[in-house]
Design a protein around this ligand. Structure first.
Ligand code: ADP
Ligand code: MG
Length: 265
């Protein structure tokens, strides 16, 4: 290899100029052909470097968000959902994150709550906002672990400070004991008016107390903070999965899901 090329490659690696490394030779040929100046070349090269860095940081943010599946909003079929499309479109502008507001997605299983939460999270991640997706059960495990290690304050700071959007999925499927309910309160309290949360739940507000160790004061405190600046989307309707199965003839049209904590319509 030409020693100059070898030296450039070494320096790019040392300075972590991945975009320059990948693009400088082809760009040099292109600029020579078009008889562009050295400054034009440098400008194009720096743009390449910036583009590479932006793409890498977006990919890192997306990976760190830990979405269970990538669900772009375009893949949500509004025609077969009872969700308020205008409200979702407003949320998709991400003004709620700017204003540190919360989103509560309520409804029975299968109506697309997790899908919509992921879609909004995906839009945020594409705009390079830090997002974290976690189920309520895993969140409590992480909080308990942090507490047992004497690192609760550190964990709360981490989850509140850097993360612009915290998505807590499936609140309501697991009942919390006193310590767990209290840890959830601490988290919600920490993010109150400082960062947005999206919560998906199958529970109506009246039922939250049952999940939160039957602690009325604590439930009120949590709901108070969550609802104060919030967008509430109550999605009624049948499970999308069941609907598809019925349409495909796998299930009879009059079959109903098993009774569960349905949101009153
Ligand atoms: P929930 O969280 O309310 O239980 P999910 O978001 O997990 O429901 O939805 C169940 C499945 O159905 C997912 O694969 C989801 O992508 C799909 N789904 C639900 N509603 C819609 C919809 N309106 N358009 C497209 N897919 C949907
Ligand atoms: Mg879900």
């Amino acid at each position: 290899m030409n020693p100059t090329i070898a030296r450039i490659n070494e320096l790019c690696a040392e300075l972590r100029l991945n975009g320059v490394l990948e693009g400088y030779q082809a760009l040099a040929d292109e600029c020579a052909k078009e008889q562009l100046s050295y400054c034009d070349y440098l400008s194009k090269l720096l743009h390449t470097e910036r583009k590479t860095r932006t793409e890498r940081s977006s990919a890192a943010i997306l990976k760190a968000a830990r979405f269970p599946k990538l669900k772009p909003l375009e893949s949500f079929d509004f025609a077969s959902s009872k969700v308020n499309k205008i409200q979702v479109q407003e949320l998709a502008t991400l003004r709620f994150i700017e204003n540190q507001e919360n989103v509560l997605l309520l409804g029975p299983s299968g109506v697309g709550k997790t899908h919509l939460a992921c879609s909004l999270g995906y839009i945020a991640a594409q705009q390079r906002l830090k997002v974290k997706f976690i189920t309520a059960a895993d969140l409590i495990l992480q909080l308990e672990y942090a507490k047992s290690q004497g690192k609760l304050a550190h964990y709360l700071n981490k989850i509140s400070g850097r993360i612009k959007l915290l998505i807590i999925d499936e609140l309501g499927y697991v009942k919390f004991n006193a310590q767990q309910a209290n840890l959830l309160f601490q988290l919600i309290n920490k993010r109150y008016e400082t960062g947005s949360i999206i919560i998906t739940t199958n529970l109506s507000f009246l039922k939250w107390q049952e999940v939160l160790n039957n602690d009325e004061a604590l439930t009120t405190a949590i709901l108070d903070r969550l609802i104060h600046h919030s967008h509430i989307l109550n999605i009624n309707g049948d499970s999308y999965r069941l609907k598809q199965k019925k349409e495909a003839g796998v299930l009879p049209f009059n079959s109903k899901p098993k009774p569960r904590e349905l949101i009153p319509s």
